[in-house]
Design a protein. Structure first.
Length: 338
C-alpha cells in the first residue's frame, strides 16, 4: 500500500502545475484513484479469510455469467450490440474490456474448481459449464487481448503443484480449457480473421503507432513524465487526435508520472506478485497467481489503472500472501509448542 501511495503522491504533485482548464479532469481522476486505493486497502484485509475470498470471487464470476447469458439470450434488458468490424459488446463496455472480464471469470471458475473445498460432483460440473457462455461472449467481442489473458491464466495452472492428484487434475482441466477455446476460435470466422490480420498483415488496431509515439514522449521527459491528463492530450496531438490513451499500463505510467512515479508503482506490483507466488500451496492455490499474470497480460495492450477489476486482483494477491505467511507462522508455533 505504501508503494502505491508513493505513486499517488507523485501523481498529485505533478497535477498541481497543470493548466486550470484541465484541473477538473485531474481532480476527477484523483478522486477515482483515491477510491480504488481505499478499495484495495480494505479488500486486501477482508480477503485474508479463505471463505470470504471464495465468496467474492464466486460473486464476481456469477455476475459476469449473468451478463453473458443475458447478452446471448437478450434477457434482463441486455443484448449484444455490433460496434464495427464484426465486434460486439454490451452495456456500453469497450469490447476489449468486456472480453477481458469474461476471460478473467473463466480463469476464476477453473481455479475455484481445482481448489474447491466441496467434493460435490454436480457443483463441479456446473462451475465448468458456466464457462461456455463466458467464452461465447468473449469471442463475440473480437478481443485478441482477452484470448491472451485466458491462455496465460490457464497455463499458470500447469505449474507443478505439490499434490500429484491435484497437479494431474489441473493439467487435464487447463488443457481441456485451452483446446476448447482454440476450437471455438477456429469455429468463429470473424475472430479467426482478426488473428490472421495480426499475423499476416501486422494489424494491431493502430497500437504500433501509439506505442512508437508514446516511447518517443517517454524518452523526451523520462524523470517526471508529461503530467496527468496532459500526456493524453500530447499523445493525441502527435497522432492527429484530440486525446489518446497509451493502451499500455506501463507506458501510461511513464508518460503520466515518469520514472519517479513508475518505480514505486512497479515495486508495489512486484510485492503483489510475490504474495501470489508464496500463496501457491495455500487455500486458493495458484488462482491468485493466475489472475495476477492474466491481469498484467491485459495491461500490456490496455490500461486498467482506473478499473476496479485490477485492484480487486491485486488485493487478492496481497491477502493470499499474507494468509499463507500467517499460516506458516502458526504452524511453526505449534511445532515449537509440541
Amino acid at each position: 500500500m505504501w508503494w502505491f501511495l508513493g505513486y499517488l503522491a507523485v501523481y498529485t504533485v505533478n497535477g498541481i502545475f497543470i493548466p486550470r482548464e484541465l484541473l477538473g479532469s485531474f481532480l476527477t481522476r484523483l478522486l477515482t484513484l483515491l477510491q480504488l486505493f481505499v478499495l484495495f486497502w480494505i479488500t486486501s484485509n477482508l480477503l485474508e479469510e479463505g471463505k470470504m475470498a471464495r465468496t467474492v470471487l464466486l460473486i464476481f464470476s456469477v455476475s459476469t455469467v449473468i451478463l453473458a447469458i443475458g447478452s446471448i439470450f437478450h434477457l434482463f434488458g441486455i443484448e449484444l450490440i455490433e460496434v464495427g468490424q464484426a465486434r460486439e459488446t454490451a452495456l456500453e463496455y469497450n469490447p476489449g474490456t468486456l472480453g477481458v472480464l469474461m476471460a478473467l471469470s473463466v480463469v476464476i471458475l477453473i481455479g475455484l474448481h481445482l481448489h474447491a473445498a466441496s467434493k460435490d460432483f454436480m457443483r463441479h460440473i456446473l462451475s465448468l459449464a458456466l464457462t461456455f457462455p463466458l467464452l461465447t461472449v468473449m469471442l463475440n467481442t473480437g478481443s485478441r487481448g482477452a484470448l491472451a489473458v485466458l491462455m496465460v491464466g490457464c497455463l499458470v495452472y500447469l505449474l507443478p503443484i505439490l499434490n500429484f492428484k491435484l497437479r494431474l487434475t489441473a493439467i487435464i482441466i487447463a488443457v481441456i480449457g485451452i483446446v476448447a477455446t482454440l476450437y471455438l476460435v477456429a469455429r468463429n470466422p470473424d475472430y479467426s480473421e482478426r488473428w490472421e490480420q495480426t499475423y499476416y498483415e501486422g494489424n494491431v488496431s493502430g497500437r504500433d503507432q501509439i506505442y512508437s509515439a508514446a516511447i518517443e514522449m517517454a524518452l523526451e521527459r523520462p524523470i517526471f513524465g508529461w503530467q496527468p491528463v496532459i500526456h493524453w492530450r500530447e499523445l493525441g496531438l502527435r497522432l492527429g487526435e484530440w486525446e489518446r490513451d497509451e493502451h499500455s499500463l506501463f507506458l501510461h505510467l511513464l508518460l503520466e508520472v515518469g520514472l519517479v512515479g513508475t518505480i514505486p508503482f512497479l515495486v508495489g506490483l512486484w510485492l503483489c506478485g510475490k504474495g501470489a507466488w508464496n500463496a501457491r500451496k495455500a487455500e486458493l492455490g495458484s488462482l491468485p497467481l493466475a489472475l495476477m499474470l492474466a491481469m498484467l497480460t491485459s495491461n500490456i495492450t490496455d490500461t486498467f489503472m482506473a478499473r476496479k477489476s485490477l485492484w480487486l486482483v491485486l488485493a487478492l494477491t496481497v491477502a493470499a500472501g499474507s494468509s499463507a505467511a500467517k499460516g506458516k507462522t502458526i504452524g511453526v508455533r505449534v511445532i515449537k509448542t509440541r
